[in-house]
Each structure stands twice: as C-alpha cells, then as structure tokens.
Write a protein that binds this ligand. Sequence first.
Ligand code: FAD
Length: 465
Amino acid sequence: MIGGSEPFDVLVVGGGNAALCAAITARRAGASVLLLESAPKDFRGGNSRHTRDIRYMHRAATEYVTGAYDEEEFWQDLLGVTGGATNERLARLTIRDSECLGDWMPANGVRWQKPLRGTLHLTRSNLFMLGGGKAMVNGYYDTAAKLGVEIAYETEVRELKMSAGEFASAMASRNGASNEYAAKALVVASGGFEANIPWLKEYWGDVAENFIIRGTPHNQGGMLKELLRHGAKPEGDPRGCHAVALDARAPKFDGGIVTRLDSPPFGIVVNKQLTRFYDEGEDFWPKRYAIWGKLIAEQPDQIAYSIVDAKALPHFMPSVFPPVQAASIPELAGALGIDPMLLGAAVNEFNQAVRPGKFDPGALDDCRTEGLVPPKSHWARPIDTPPYYGYPLRPGITFTYLGVTVNEQAQVIMQNDAPAKNVFAAGEVMAGNILGRGYLAGFGLTIGSVFGRIAGREAARCAGY
Ligand SMILES: Cc1cc2nc3c(=O)[nH]c(=O)nc-3n(C[C@H](O)[C@H](O)[C@H](O)COP(=O)(O)OP(=O)(O)OC[C@H]3O[C@@H](n4cnc5c(N)ncnc54)[C@H](O)[C@@H]3O)c2cc1C
C-alpha cells in the first residue's frame, strides 16, 4: 500500500516514457514497484505525452516504416548531429536495443499508425504512435496498473536520502503532507530541468525569462539537483538545450507540438531591429529547425518575426494560431507592432537580391540570393504576393541536456567514477550521455525506452529478482 510501512522493491520517480518503461519492466521481473508522478493524473506523462514518433533500428520495411534503417546508418546519423559528442558504447547499445521496441511497445499498450505526411521526412526511420504520445503513455499506464505497479499522482519527490552512492528513501510531498518512501532500488526518470526558469537563468541570464517551455511545467529538475548534491557525476552542457522557433503567442508551458512554426524556410525572419540574422534556406528544415530557438534567444528581447506571402503559405504545416494577415507589408508591420518603414526596407532588400531559379521545396533548389548578408541559399522567392502573413517567434525550449552520467546498466556514476549501488537513471535525465549536442528526431523516446527498460531490469535485479 502506498505510504505503508512495507518498503517497495523498486521506486520509480517520474511518470513519462522512461519511468513507465522502467516500472513495467521491473514489475514483469517480479519486483514490487511504486511510481511517483508529480503531475495530476490528467496531466501525467511529462513531455512524453507530446511526442509523435520514435526512431528505431530495423532490417526491413514493415507496414509502418518504408524501408530498412540499420545500425551503421543510425550511428552515422547520430555522429552527424552530435559531431562526436556521444559515448559510442552507450549509443550503440541504444541503437541495437531499439530494434526490439517495434514489438515491445505494442506488447505493452502502444499502437502504431502509418506515417502522416509532414515536414520531417521520417517515414523510413521512425515509427508513429496512433494517438501520439498521449495514447502511448495512457497505454503504458493501463499496462502498469494491470501488472500491479502502484502509482501515486501529485506526488513530487523533493529529497533523496542517500549515502555513499546508496539510496535509502525518498521524501515526497503529497496533498500538502510529506511522506517517506523507502525502496531497495531507485530509478530516476524525472526528465530535464527545462521548466525551471530560475535554474535556466543561472546559465542564460535574464534571457531565459523570454523562453517558452514546450512541455510539462513539472520538469523542474529537482531530482537531477538531488543526485548531483549526493555526488553524481554530471554529464552534458548546462547551457545545452533543444530549442525551436515557436509561435510567440503559445502558452508559457505545455503548448506541445502544434505551436512550433515551420515557416522560416519559405520567407524571411527578422529580429526586433527588422534585420535578418541567419540563412533561412541553409538546409532542409528537419536538419535546421532545432537551431532556430537558440538563434532567436540571441536576438534583442528574444523576439523575431517570420514574414511570408500568399504563395509560401501552402508549403509549411498550418499554424495552430492563425497568422497575422495584411494586404501590404506596411500594414502587416503595423499589425505585428513593428516599424513599417524598416520592415518594408528589409523585404525590398531581400526581394532585390533574389536570383531567378526553379522553386522546389523537396530539393535544395537553386532559388537563392546574391549579395545579401546573410544569404538565403535555397527557396528564396520574392515576397510580393498579397496577402502577406507574419508570425511573432520566441525560443521554444524542448528539453535540457545536462544530466547524470550512467553506465550500460543505467547505474548512476558518482564523482569517484564508481557506480551508485542501487540508483539508476533513464530518459532525459541521462540522455546527455548519448546526445551531447544536436538532435535526431524521435531519438528522445529511443533513449528513454532503451534505458528505461535497462533501468527497470537492473533495479529489479538489484532488489533480488
Ligand atoms: C512538444 C514536444 C514534442 C516532442 N516530440 C518528440 C517525438 O515525437 N519523439 C521523441 O522521441 N521525442 C520527442 N520529444 C522529446 C521527448 O518528449 C523526450 O525526449 C522524452 O519524452 C523524455 O522522456 P522522459 O521520460 O525522460 O521525461 P518526461 O516524459 O518529461 O517525464 C518526466 C516525468 O517526471 C515527472 N517528474 C519530474 N520531477 C519529478 C519529481 N521531483 N517527482 C516526481 N515526478 C517528477 C514529470 O511530471 C514527468 O511525468 C518531444 C518533446 C516535446 C516537448
């Protein structure tokens, strides 16, 4: 019974993908498992409930993926985005172990769907969940409950009692009361610290006040702080985060996938001073969308504006909030609250630099600018067809990279390089071991699923199963 005197075998802190994979695996191994989720039941599932797809290794096309995606190609893709900032042993382990997820996930409550048409070109490498991440976590919670995993919502772990790398109990706040939960082994799967603005400010300064957090407000990083306080070895750049261009009208937290804007490659992006600051057509959007949050974070007041015309509109995902629309560029500037003269000048300068070419959104086409700084290398067409549209943009933080170091058993590594005896970590809290920089779409879930299962198995083993 939750809060009773009998200690559980395994305590799982967190309620997203990694935590659920760990809890289900530990329970299937025979361990008694308690999962503590700080969110209320309706908002359970952390950032995992915002996901759509998972990258996994596979040897052939199936009903749900269009072709093979083998270990070497996966590894090269990872090397490409991280520039080598990855632990090859853990990365290859993740890649190889991902192969079984195509079967393991449906066996535990997830359903696949045929890939949707979209901007991220993932139909060969990634599996899409029917109903998205929300249905995935609901399926996992059902499975966990049927297996007998005890689940407590609105229960935030605030303190870990540990000594010399050995966990004894966790202090958690529930309904205003503080409870102590003892267990033979602990799995920390509590996500990153992206929702903790004061902590982000330690690395970013006041700029972080203007960040919008795409996921759950519950990822405050409290467990990460506790593990570090107890001597866990940190891993990953404290300033590192995955950040995209987000509609500035999005809610401060939990806006999810729909508030991302994919318009930049099809128009121009200007900052508050109405100056372009980066090549909007540098490369395919799936390879570039994740740098735009940081680019906007570096602009005055962390605000930017995406400007497109009528002919651009069909080429990107429709936005959840309608774009600001006007019959002329000065009118559009007025509606966006920016200087009409300066926006007019920026659009004119861009239009005059555009060279004729054959527009092809599916290729790195020859529509480019000449003599413009910064250049626009592809998909550059004059912004000349009314109505004109604009979106205000803010940095949208997806997750942070700082975490704890782990080994192949998902054991947390301490400052003296020894593994913690009974403390395991999975998901975003350790993803920096594998994804030290950059991002591969669908790989957050891969890391959490693989390490969640390893952490669950090893925690159960540690508890005697
Ligand atoms: C909008 C959006 C879309 C995304 N799309 C994808 C995608 O399609 N594919 C993909 O692979 N990745 C995607 N990601 C990234 C993905 O969400 C993460 O990599 C993954 O979900 C992390 O899983 P996790 O279990 O580590 O953390 P989370 O799912 O965030 O879970 C952390 C959990 O810990 C709980 N928690 C935190 N602190 C405490 C505490 N002190 N006590 C108790 N509980 C606590 C939280 O409430 C939460 O339930 C997306 C992220 C966002 C924000």
